[in-house]
Design a protein around this ligand. Structure first.
Ligand code: NAP
Ligand code: F7E
Length: 350
């Protein structure tokens, strides 16, 4: 039986990947951070909490990484752990560098020393392209990061290539464009919108506050993207691949589609708030995944409006259950309104 070690198993991709690998017959080890309040709700939501084995790892602690590799004895490592919210990386640039950048090198070094035959997947990102282009992006496009998150990811991406070339490690970068789902974190714009639209449609909220709704993103469906991660590690040679849909849409369009599903006019429920604007934003992302299609045989099936529908239906269903007093593993009911969080942008109004 193959062993997989998945970092960040409590996150969106970690949970879907664990589910995918279990169905493929893997023994799945997942790393989690010790928190004062456990956050295994995604694993519970997918019904796999009892099927995975958990190991305590913090990417700030290289000994915990080495120990996890020794215990799990993996054939494949999927490094999905990161501080993944771009907005927060402007608030915590040093933590971004330490966790999202240096954390990856701790894995590569551990592999070089004690597990050189393990196959390694690194969660790279379309954010690395930055805000310099208005044409679609491929594996050959220049990177020009526009956030501490993207800069840290580009460092990690480069180190994966260096260890692959220099030490012969089987290490791949998946340059994934935005991918969403009903278990996406609530602060990301798609889920922020579907969660709020569900509440508005049930009379539980009045409006949504957003930042730059003209930004364009290439949004796909997360359960399909984790298969591409796995496919990369099944090839004869390690390489880097773009995973995307090759479509791009504004946040404005996402609002239209989401509100359409509940029969409301989006423009009546939106407030643009300067506090949700980023110091630098990425305005245009559209991924060319020709290489992945040809070499991995991977193709996205769920596109923009189908994705919005899946997310919205699920949020409406959950809030209806909540109104009826039902309890189940879910994040939104105890999530603080973002206005509660004071930060550089979201500071006190006086
Ligand atoms: P996510 O839901 O935010 O999950 C991130 C995971 O990383 C969580 O399990 C989190 O643990 C863990 N983590 C954070 N800091 C850590 C630390 N110091 N030590 C150990 N674990 C830590 O993100 P996602 O959407 O699943 O994304 C997975 C990966 O793909 C990330 O690396 C992200 O940057 C990258 N990526 C995502 C997208 C996308 O559109 N989703 C696109 C391209 C690349 P807690 O639960 O304890 O916080
Ligand atoms: O923002 C704009 C915001 O936070 C998308 C991560 O998974 O994908 C994700 O990063 C766009 C940006 O995702 C709000 O300014 C407007 O232009 O959903 P997001 P992201 O920054 O693209 C990449 C590929 C990753 O790798 C990351 O880990 O939406 N936007 N108003 C807003 N965004 C948020 N979050 N909240 C707003 O109110």
């Amino acid at each position: 039986m193959k062993h997989a070690l998945v970092t960040g198993i409590t996150g969106q991709d970690g949970a879907y990947l664990a589910d995918f690998l279990l169905k493929k017959g893997y023994r799945v080890f997942g790393t989690y951070r010790r928190l004062s309040t456990p956050n295994f709700w995604r694993l519970q939501y997918l019904g796999i909490f009892d099927k995975v084995e958990l190991l305590p790892v913090d990417l700030l602690d290289s000994f915990s990484i080495t120990e996890a590799i020794k215990i799990a004895q993996p054939d494949e490592i999927y490094n999905l752990a990161a501080m993944s919210f771009v907005g927060a990386s402007f608030e915590q640039p040093l933590a971004s560098a330490e966790i999202t950048g240096l954390g990856v090198v701790k894995f590569l070094e551990a592999m070089r020393n004690i597990a050189p035959d393990v196959r390694f997947y690194q969660a790279s990102t379309s954010e690395m392209y930055g805000d310099n282009l208005f044409t679609e992006q491929s594996e050959d496009t220049l990177f020009e990061p526009s956030s501490p998150y993207a800069a840290a990811k580009l460092y990690a991406h480069s180190m994966v290539k260096i260890y692959r070339k220099g030490y012969g490690l089987f290490a791949c970068n998946g340059i994934l464009f935005n991918h969403e789902s009903p278990i996406r974190g609530l602060e990301f714009v798609t889920r922020k919108i579907t969660n709020a639209v569900a509440k508005i449609s049930l009379g539980l909220e009045d409006y949504i506050e957003l930042g730059n709704i003209d930004a364009k993103r290439d949004w796909g469906y997360a359960p399909e993207y984790v298969e591409a991660m796995w496919l990369m590690l099944q090839q004869d040679e390690p390489d880097d691949y773009v995973v995307a849909t090759n479509e791009t849409h504004t946040i404005r369009e996402f609002l239209e589609v989401a509100f359409d599903h509940v029969g409301l006019d989006w423009e009546k429920y939106i407030r643009i708030d300067e506090r949700f604007m980023r110091p630098v934003d990425v305005r245009y992302l559209k991924g060319n995944y020709d290489k992945g299609r040809e070499k991995l045989g991977w193709e996205p099936l769920t596109k923009f409006s189908g994705l919005a529908e899946i997310m919205l239906k699920s949020d409406v269903e959950r809030w209806k259950k909540w109104v009826n007093g039902e309890h189940f593993p879910w994040d939104a009911w105890n999530y603080p309104n973002e206005k509660k969080i004071l930060s550089r942008k979201l500071k006190l109004d006086r």
